[in-house]
Design a binder for this molecule. Structure first.
Ligand code: NAD
Ligand code: ZN
Length: 382
């Protein structure tokens, strides 16, 4: 199909680029990646519902940019719906908003067999998924991820939760969605900074175990971020497949799933130290975290060669930050970062677990990291 006919068709019929199955026995579910899925959300959702009634949970930004399309598609299928719109931003993943959301869902008379919809980025997906996991002892939910980060990462795999004063994602549940609709057309209204942040998580899959995909990203990343629809669909598909494969083997992070945290232990510490503020968003913190993981691996003698430089060069070429000094708002203290790292849930029994690497595509779980070596390394990087 030519690109012009694909464009006009996308508004009338859904174009599924690929469907990926997350294989978890009775809890298996499909991820549809494509365009025009928002406009046809109702027809994908209807067969999953037990009765033609649902509640959409979203945030104000997504309500403005995307919600009417989904509402219209539900109307077209005769599905009654209400919408709960929350404030945007990481601060929404809180106990206060969890209480508010569960009250509103109960006010909307959501029953045990009903299915609710999370329409938004990772914040809405994580909060709504967690609310679904506890409402009436657990109801089902559908993910319609609208940010790139949510399409390639947070909407897949069933991790849900909220932040507490002690750190990110410290309270939550494993609760798989019933269906994921990843419409790359939704990304056209996403602010460029958020698009780049999501891109960092795509790069992560290449760095974990797909060096060929990393190479593909080096060639196509810039064009993808310019909005190349086919490139986006390919990258979202590869990412979802990578995540689905790992989740199918290790749903509850007893082992292999920890690889998905590449760059995240450093990244979470940076986010915490920045006070979860606009100084740095999650994907940016992950970009710096991945660079630090590669550099730390090199300093530890685990990785040789130019891979750390190559990773930083690619991330910076698409406008992502690559070192702690890139974070606006003044310097950070190595000691403070190490303290956050200990708070992170990846520290177990006092021992520090990191995802380190032997090079691009060769990440592994490293246990018992020496705290003194870590502190020394960070002192050289702040
Ligand atoms: N559950 C998991 O496995 C998992 C994995 C990775 C990240 N996360 C979590 O995901 C969250 C980050 O997700 P995020 O980056 O999507 O953040 P987000 O949900 O805050 O979305 C980013 C911003 O983009 C806006 N937005 C989203 N889609 C839009 C659209 N199509 N058009 C216009 N604006 C749009 C949102 O309103 C928000 O302002 C973090 O809380 C992180 O901990 C969870
Ligand atoms: Zn992440």
């Amino acid at each position: 199909m030519s690109s012009s006919s694909a464009k006009s068709a996308a508004t009338t019929i859904p174009q599924i680029h690929e469907t990926i199955e997350v294989s978890l026995g009775a809890r298996s579910y499909p991820i549809h990646v494509g365009t025009g899925l928002l406009e046809h959300a109702g027809s994908f959702i209807k067969p999953v519902l037990t009765r033609p009634r649902t509640v959409i949970v979203t945030d104000h930004n997504v309500a403005e940019a995307i919600l009417p399309k989904v509402q219209k598609s539900l109307d077209a299928e005769g599905i009654a719906h209400q919408t709960i719109t929350l404030p945007p931003g990481e601060g929404t993943k809180s106990f206060d908003n969890l209480a508010r959301l569960t009250d509103l869902l109960l006010d909307a008379k959501v029953e045990r067999s009903d299915i609710i919809i999370a329409l938004g980025g990772g914040v809405i997906g994580d909060l709504t998924g967690f609310a679904a996991s506890i409402l009436r002892r657990g109801i089902d939910f559908i993910q319609i991820p609208t940010s790139l980060l949510a399409q390639v990462d947070s909407s897949v795999g069933g991790k849900t939760g909220i932040n507490t004063k002690r750190g990110k994602n410290l309270v939550g549940a494993f609760h798989q969605p019933r269906l994921v609709l990843a419409d790359t057309g939704a990304l056209s209204s996403l602010p460029p900074r958020e698009l780049r942040a999501g891109y960092a998580e795509i790069v992560k899959y290449g760095l974990i175990n797909q060096p060929d995909f990393f190479e593909w990203l080096e060639k196509n990343g810039a064009a993808l971020l310019e909005g190349g629809t086919d490139l986006l669909a390919h990258a979202v598909t590869v990412s979802c497949k990578a995540k689905a494969a790992i989740v199918a083997q290790d749903e509850r992070e007893q082992g292999k799933r920890a690889l998905l945290n590449l760059g995240h232990t450093f990244g979470h510490a940076l986010e915490a130290e920045a006070g979860y503020s606009g100084r740095i968003v999650h994907g940016e913190a992950v970009a710096i975290g991945m660079c630090l993981a590669h550099e730390f691996s090199q300093v530890q003698g685990l990785a040789t060669g130019q891979d750390a430089v190559r990773v930083a060069a690619h991330l910076s070429s698409v406008g992502l930050p690559t070192c702690i000094g890139d974070i606006p708002g003044g310097p950070m203290l190595a000691e403070a970062l190490v303290e956050h790292i200990y708070q992170d849930k990846k520290a177990s029994g006092g021992a520090l677990t990191f995802i380190l690497t032997r090079g691009i595509g060769k990440a592994f779980v490293a246990k018992d990291i020496d705290p003194a070596a870590l502190l020394h390394f960070l002192t050289t990087r702040v």
